[in-house]
Design a protein around this ligand. Structure first.
Ligand code: SF4
Ligand code: SF4
Length: 390
């Protein structure tokens, strides 16, 4: 068995080892040096926050097993990313329980709040933040993201930005950030120009069609001192709806880490086996021939991953939020998380059949998606009770 393997059999043994290691060391972040890994994971500094993070962090979004979180923590991962909306709050509650009683300087916790940009946006933002803090049972969070932004106007939305700045001044938030998985280059540029943000959390994967622009924006952000965190690194997990073409986890992560301005990545592993693959990747950064061959066989026209370019919205007679619906489609078929897909669809406040006024579809998606077909498929989830979904 490899030294960094973490699975159901050895999990308890590793937990005990980690507990002993923490007891012997002074306070502070040191998980990268303990249990489950004889070699310390490579680290990068998250921009001007000054936080040194292992390249591998945990996107907790879909994880609902605290034992997997514990295994990650004990294996040296100490940056955990959640959001107010994940699992209808249960995700934050799980992390609140898990971290209760643990040294506050032994982990970095990031959460995200999504709100509209209407009149009450700032009040909504604050209310959701307070809810998150109750669930997390923490005096502060390390990073608070203004979540899922797709335009510079949203990045600069005055009421929300002022609210975030006040939270930072109060000490209840250490660093401010934005997250984006649509129109990322423009959103990242706006975050740099805004001046209040310390971190950008961006979609970043081998399957994106606008990598030249995105890499340039990431370089500018890092050059300006912002920390850069990569999400959606698996490009949906599978390349097809039928799940016959799995994304090579190791290749996807190593590809993202090749960019020195990606300071850490938050893959959303949900099982011990996936955690083990992520740990093996971070400890063996050089790509194997098989991993290179996976990457060279994929191009941005393949797969379930919507590029977030938004060019479909202006073409759609109803100006539907098609990129968000395509993301929900990916959650359902790529991640096999229909509940997350349903939450994503419900947040869009769509009618039962959003395309019913059209006899044919005008939209020519840059990726080649038959968007009306996918919309009809994914919006059916609105009618299905949660009990039938996982
Ligand atoms: S069929 Fe649907 S996606 Fe296509 S133009 Fe009409 S409303 Fe928009
Ligand atoms: S045009 Fe296609 S790839 Fe671009 S945002 Fe719309 S659905 Fe996604």
């Amino acid at each position: 068995m490899k030294s960094n393997q973490v699975n159901r059999r050895n999990f308890l043994r590793l937990s005990a080892t980690a507990g002993a290691a923490f007891a012997l060391k002074p306070a502070g972040i040191q998980a990268a040096e303990v249990a489950g890994s004889e070699t310390k994971m490579p680290e990068r500094t998250l921009g001007r926050t000054g936080i040194k993070l292992p390249l591998l962090s945990m996107g907790v979004m879909r994880a609902d097993n605290p034992a997997v979180v514990r295994a990650a923590y004990n294996a040296g991962i100490f940056h955990f990313d959640t959001a107010n909306g994940y699992q209808n709050g249960k995700n934050e509650e799980m992390l609140g329980e898990f971290f209760s009683g643990k040294p506050r300087d032994s982990y970095i916790l990031a959460t995200k709040v999504k709100t509209g940009t209407g009149e009450n946006a700032a009040a909504q933002f604050l209310e959701k933040f307070e809810t998150s803090m109750k669930r997390l049972k923490m005096e502060y969070v390390d990073i608070l993201y203004f979540h899922a932004l797709s335009s510079p106007d949203e990045v600069n939305f005055p009421g929300v930005v002022e609210t975030m700045v006040k939270l930072k001044k109060s000490g209840r938030v250490k660093h401010l950030g934005i997250s984006t998985h649509s129109n990322e280059p423009a959103v990242i540029d706006a975050a740099v120009d805004n001046g209040n943000y310390d971190v950008v959390l961006t979609a970043y994967n081998f399957n994106q069609g606008h990598l030249a622009e995105l890499n340039a924006a990431i370089d500018r952000a890092a050059g300006a001192g912002l920390g850069v965190v990569a999400m959606k690194t698996m490009a949906g997990g599978y390349l097809d709806k039928e799940r016959t073409k799995k994304v090579n986890i190791r290749a996807a992560l190593k590809w993202a880490w090749q960019n020195p301005n990606i300071h850490t990545a938050i893959p959303g592993f949900t099982s011990f086996d996936e955690l083990e693959e992520c740990l093996d990747s971070v400890n063996h950064l050089e790509m194997t021939p098989e991993e290179k061959s996976f990457l060279s066989a994929v191009n941005c026209k393949n797969g379930l991953y919507c590029q977030g370019c938004k060019s479909c919205i202006a073409q759609c007679t109803q100006h539907l939020p098609i990129p968000d619906m395509m993301r929900a489609y990916m959650y359902s078929y790529g991640y096999r998380s229909p509940l997350l897909a349903k939450e994503t669809i419900l947040a869009l406040n769509l009618p039962d059949n959003p395309c019913k006024k059209c006899t044919s579809c005008n939209v020519a998606c840059t990726k080649g998606f038959q968007v009306a077909e996918k919309i009809s498929d994914i919006t059916r989830l609105q009618q299905i009770p949660n009990d039938f979904l996982v």
